[in-house]
Every structure is written in structure tokens, then in C-alpha cells.
Ligand binder design. Structure first.
Ligand SMILES: [Zn+2]
Length: 350
């Protein structure tokens, strides 16, 4: 019996030491609309990407319940709940029933949670990790559900939706946490247990003109959330890679990928030091059918590009992973597998 116990303990120790052990913290980076060509363009422009620090790579299928080509709402729902839904729907199954998301599972486990994005907090990707509504277009309803949620860190834009004269949600949010409304206030946040930043009336401008970078938002979110001894879940979105894709604007598309990659670097820096953090970097879908047609690796330039059209495509998107639990993401996975796996990790973490 004693021998059997020793063998069991040894087997357990080996399992725990391996890279497939359960992480305490998860940081999910989503490059909205970031297909393989978008990543390649970022690499040509930057030389070496932070994403390349990840030893695990994979490919992800992105279709939704009712369309080969997903929108960001259905994709966010798949990533946050592990269930495919109809385009436009946030946190609800195709039959309209609410789906429990990774943030709600994390909160149940006593972990801190947060989102940091460079769009309105009511936009499809962040909303898909927090709310349960039939349509992504219901910004005021979405703001209400966000304000009523238990999410500890809410960094992005969308102040107008929290400040509507007929339905103000800002006071509700301010009762629960410090809310920074300017870059100056954001930088003076310190490290409270909970904090929000509503830095723009609706959406921030493109990367070059943003008063607070996505990297800064990510660093502050990690500082705040990592104070929780029970661990945390954080979703960070490079929101505007997609928008430049819709506009077939290669210059801003590349700048947004590079900006997103800077933020990824801060997540990986933390994970390297911390040792208990899984970092996943992927996209919700590809946008534009983007292609690189000419440029120079030596001069770090991309000067000839093409787009198939101004909307999303069904191409698989790349995935990069680092840290405990990362190995399960190699190979071809469906977007729902990412949601399911993160939820399993959270449910089984100590
Ligand atoms: Zn889009």
C-alpha cells in the first residue's frame, strides 16, 4: 500500500511538473481579424515578434453556428463559453439560453477577472466575455450588464454608453470601483482591487494617436489582477486590426498588429517571471482576405498588399501559447476548444 502511494505521488509530481499542468492564471490575447498574413506582415515590419517567444503554435477554425464566416460576437462567445452561437449573439446559445462564460467560472473560483481593449467596452469581443444579449447592437443594454457584472478590471472606451441621460450606468460603476476617465487619471490609478478606465466617448483612435497604449492597459490590468492569491483571468484585445482590415488599410493594419504584439510582450514578461500563467494569443477570425504581395525583409517594409474584400473570411487563424497548459493547444483546434479548455483549467485549478 505504501509502495502504491509512493508511485502515485511520483506520477502526480511528474504530471504537475510537465507543461500540461493546470495554470493558476490565464491571459488570453485576441487580435481581432488577425489571420496568418496579418501576423506575417507584423513580423516583416517589426523583425521579431513577441508572439515568437511562444513554444506552442496551432491553427484555429472560426465558423459560427449559422455561418461559415463568423462575426466577432459569435466568435467571442465561442472563445468565452466553448459553445458556437449565431452571428450577432453575445453569450447566448442558438436557442437563446444564457451560456456561462470563462469570466463567470473564474469568479466562482474566487479568481479576479478583467478585460483590456482598444474599442468601446460594449463592442462585440469584450462584451462576448461578459454579457448575455441577443444582439451586439444593444450598446446601452450591454453597458448595463457590464456595470452590473463582477468583472474587476474594465479598461477600454465607450463612456457615452455608460453615461446615457435616460439610463446612466457610470454612477453604478463608480460605486464599485475607481473609474479613470482620462489618461492622467488612468496613470494615477495605483493598484486598487478593482478599477475601470473609460478613456474615450466611444472608440479610441488608431494606435499612433492613442493616449494610453494597449501595452500600458495590459500592464496595469496584470498589476491589479495578480494581487489576487487565487489567480486571475484576463482578456486583452487588439481590437482595431479588424477595422483596418475592413477598410483594406494595410498601413494601419500593420501598425495595429505591431501595437498588439507590444501588449503581448508584457503578458509574456509577467508569465515568464510568474511561472503559473498560461498565455494564449489567437484571433477571432481573419478580416479582408489579406495577402502580402511585395516588400523587403531587409528594410522591414511591406509595400504591396491585396485584400479579397472588406469583410471577414473563414480562414483558420494562428494560435500561440506559452506556459502551463500550453501544449494542449498545438495542432488544429476549433475556437470552442479554446473556451472549453480554459474553463476546464479554471474549474480544476487549486
Ligand atoms: Zn470585423
Amino acid at each position: 500500500m505504501k509502495k502504491l502511494l509512493t508511485i502515485c505521488l511520483l506520477a502526480f509530481a511528474i504530471t504537475v511538473c510537465a507543461e500540461d499542468r493546470v495554470p493558476k492564471n490565464i491571459i488570453l490575447f485576441i487580435g481581432d481579424g488577425m489571420g496568418l498574413s496579418q501576423v506575417t506582415a507584423g513580423k516583416v515590419a517589426k523583425g521579431k515578434l513577441e508572439m515568437e517567444r511562444c513554444p506552442v503554435t496551432g491553427l484555429v477554425t472560426t465558423w459560427s453556428d449559422d455561418s461559415l464566416v463568423t462575426d466577432s460576437a459569435a466568435a467571442a462567445t465561442a472563445l468565452s463559453t466553448g459553445v458556437k452561437t449565431r452571428n450577432g449573439s453575445l453569450g447566448l446559445a442558438p436557442d437563446g439560453k444564457p451560456l456561462k462564460n470563462v469570466i463567470e467560472y473564474a469568479e466562482e473560483k474566487g479568481k479576479s477577472t478583467g478585460v483590456a481593449v482598444v474599442c468601446s467596452l460594449t463592442h462585440a469581443t469584450p462584451a462576448g466575455f461578459i454579457v448575455h444579449v441577443l444582439s451586439r447592437k444593444l450598446d446601452s443594454e450591454i453597458a448595463g450588464q457590464i456595470a452590473a457584472s463582477d468583472v474587476d478590471v474594465l479598461f477600454g472606451g465607450g463612456l457615452n454608453y455608460f453615461n446615457m441621460t435616460n439610463n446612466p450606468r457610470l454612477p453604478e460603476l463608480q460605486k464599485k470601483m475607481t473609474v479613470a476617465l482620462t489618461a492622467g487619471e488612468f496613470r494615477q490609478l495605483g493598484t486598487p482591487e478593482k478599477a475601470a478606465a473609460l478613456l474615450y466617448p466611444v472608440h479610441p483612435p488608431y494606435a499612433a494617436e492613442r493616449a494610453v497604449s494597449l501595452r500600458e492597459l495590459t500592464e496595469k490590468a496584470i498589476q491589479i489582477l495578480s494581487q489576487d492569491k487565487d489567480g486571475f483571468f484576463l482578456m486583452v484585445e487588439g481590437s482595431q486590426i479588424d477595422w483596418a482590415g475592413h477598410k483594406n488599410d494595410a498601413t494601419n493594419l500593420i501598425a495595429e498588429v505591431v501595437d498588439f504584439d507590444h501588449a503581448v510582450g508584457s503578458g509574456l514578461d509577467f508569465a515568464e517571471k510568474n511561472g503559473e500563467t498560461l498565455v494564449i494569443i489567437t484571433a477571432d477570425h481573419e478580416t479582408g482576405g489579406f495577402a502580402l504581395l511585395g516588400g523587403s525583409v531587409e528594410h522591414k517594409t511591406v509595400d504591396k498588399t491585396g485584400f479579397v474584400h472588406g469583410n471577414h473570411t473563414a480562414s483558420m487563424v494562428p494560435l500561440f501559447a506559452y506556459g502551463p497548459g500550453s501544449t494542449v493547444f498545438s495542432g488544429i483546434r476549433d475556437n470552442t476548444d479554446i473556451g472549453k479548455t480554459m474553463i476546464r483549467f479554471i474549474q480544476t485549478s487549486e
